[in-house]
Design a protein. Structure first.
Length: 373
């Protein structure tokens, strides 16, 4: 690259912390580092024009897991592990709201519901039977019952008679959230370079050479916060998972407000003002959706439209305004991977589709780890 002296001096010289990824985790990490070390020079590298993964592409659910998701987690995690996961998600949401403010992120506590299709009778009956047990498990976190049975008062069709309601669940505007985080970072003289993809790094005893597609730079510490793209930099505990989403044009008299889950969280929908956002369906084709390439498939988009018409808005005409996809970071376990990789390299990845809930906390924890050494 043909950098001038001024560019090299201002942007690339004496970098204390270089962070790959300007999503929720990367920005929170940078802000926490700057609060602890105001004199530190911090540079964030982002490969997209906007954050490329899921931070501005998600559905904006401020949630910690539906009843069926938590029961599913208990099949692969111990009860204390699930309790800790839910606590991290709650703490992360509390931290996000404290750091930015509810008005800034347009936080709305409309509650969340899980509904079950006619073919989900076995899962439906299990959730009805076991939600009191889950309430007891999670009492330590919330100090009250979380889940309760609710009626279908929204006009949903082809679903089981009862819904399961969670009064703690909310929704946010992720565009406003990310705009506020970027503004906060820039106000602290944290530099952000977009359109710069990190391709590798070499950890030396005195620092790290960070390689990008167009140039290399040296930094005292290097932090990887690219979540669903982490495997590109050799972090094998994280696999990409593409999530496809669509949103309708404005609809008069939407019969519901809040956040809604179907099929163990594989489908989800909410209102955004007078629009309906609906996403999910990667369980229809796990193999194809285990990718870090953006894109849409007819299989999933058609299924989303079918469910929207048959179950969610059965008596309402609607048009699709747009569709998009985002990339999550998942793995065999749902705990985030927050660790030191080598002498001067750290990572905060594998947010498991819960980036809004745990991104702020993950950023704080990886900053604290980097500050220790």
């Amino acid at each position: 690259m043909n950098f001038s002296f001024w560019e090299t001096d201002s942007w690339f010289s004496d970098v204390d912390y270089c962070i790959a990824g300007s999503g929720i985790t990367g920005l929170n990490c940078a802000i926490n580092l700057k609060q602890a070390r105001p004199e530190a020079k911090i540079l964030i590298l982002e490969k997209g024009m906007l954050p490329e993964g899921a931070s501005t592409k998600n559905a904006g659910f401020a949630c910690f897991g539906s009843i069926s998701e938590i029961l599913d987690d208990l099949r692969t995690h111990s009860a204390p592990e699930v309790l800790n996961l839910v606590k991290k998600r709650k703490d992360g949401l509390d931290l996000l709201r404290k750091n930015l403010g509810d008005d800034i992120i347009d936080f709305q506590n409309q509650g969340g519901y899980e509904l079950f299709t006619g073919s989900d009778k076995e899962l439906y009956e299990e959730c009805l039977e076991k939600f009191p047990e889950i309430n007891r498990l999670l009492w330590e976190v919330f100090q009250e019952d979380i889940f309760e049975v609710a009626e279908n008062s929204f006009g949903f069709r082809q679903i089981q008679p009862k819904l399961i309601y969670n009064k703690f669940e909310g929704q946010i505007d992720t565009g406003k959230m990310m705009g506020a985080l970027v503004k906060k970072a820039i106000s602290k003289d944290i530099k952000i370079l977009n359109g710069v993809e990190v391709t590798g790094f070499i950890d030396h005893e005195q620092g790290v050479t960070v390689k990008t597609k167009n140039f290399s730079l040296k930094s005292r510490k290097f932090i990887i916060a690219i979540n669903g793209f982490a495997s590109r930099l050799g972090i094998d505990e994280v696999k990409p998972a593409r999530a496809q989403v669509l949103i309708t044009n404005p609809i008069k008299n939407i019969p519901f407000k809040g956040t809604f889950h179907l099929d163990r969280g594989y489908y989800y929908f909410r209102n955004i003002g007078d629009r309906v956002l609906f996403g999910g369906g990667r369980n229809l084709d796990f193999k194809t959706e285990e990718t870090d390439e953006m894109g849409l498939t007819d299989l999933i988009q058609n299924k989303l439209k079918e469910l929207l018409k048959a179950c969610i808005l059965p008596e309402t005409d609607f048009e699709i305004q747009q569709s998009w996809s985002g990339i999550m970071g998942v793995g065999a376990q749902k705990n985030p991977v927050i660790k030191k990789l080598s002498n001067n390299v750290y990572c905060g990845v594998r947010l498991g589709g819960m980036g809004i809930a745990i991104g702020s906390l993950a950023g704080k924890e990886i900053a604290e780890l980097a500050l220790k050494s």
